[in-house]
Design a protein. Structure first.
Length: 132
């Protein structure tokens, strides 16, 4: 039985992989499934739900940005901002707000957004053939 952490990580990773495969619509479907995960796991506390969805929105923004879909990347950063804006000050909400601000600043400056996805396992990388 898959647990929440494994499932949300897998959904985001699959979504990101779909973007790297130029299967953008498939990736968007997976990110949408990640955002809907709490319909399957409704008993989590509000902060877990908020932080999970903010991280998903920022991962989605990264995927859109590296695919040169900057308007969509901006929309996902705005979505993340809309989630965190009403939160009262706390160390957790301040961290989330800082993540959103950083992503917004990097995208508007033309800098690459930080990749919020873990690197692929080494066994999935193409082998390197030494030059002779």
């Amino acid at each position: 039985n898959t647990d929440f952490n494994t499932e949300i990580s897998a959904l985001r990773m699959i979504a990101g992989m779909r973007f790297t495969q130029a299967r953008l619509e498939d990736g968007r479907v997976e990110y949408q499934r990640a955002l809907a995960i709490f319909s399957k796991y409704p008993d989590f506390d509000p902060f877990t739900k908020i932080s999970t969805n903010v991280q998903t929105e920022l991962a989605w923004a990264y995927s859109e940005a590296v695919s040169n879909a900057f308007a969509l990347a901006n929309q996902h950063i705005r979505n993340a901002g809309d989630i965190v804006t009403p939160l009262p000050p706390s160390p957790g909400s301040d961290m989330l707000k800082a993540m959103v601000s950083q992503a917004r600043a990097q995208l508007s400056s033309g800098s690459q957004l930080p990749n919020t996805l873990p690197p692929p396992p080494l066994n999935t990388l193409a082998p390197v053939t030494p030059k002779q």
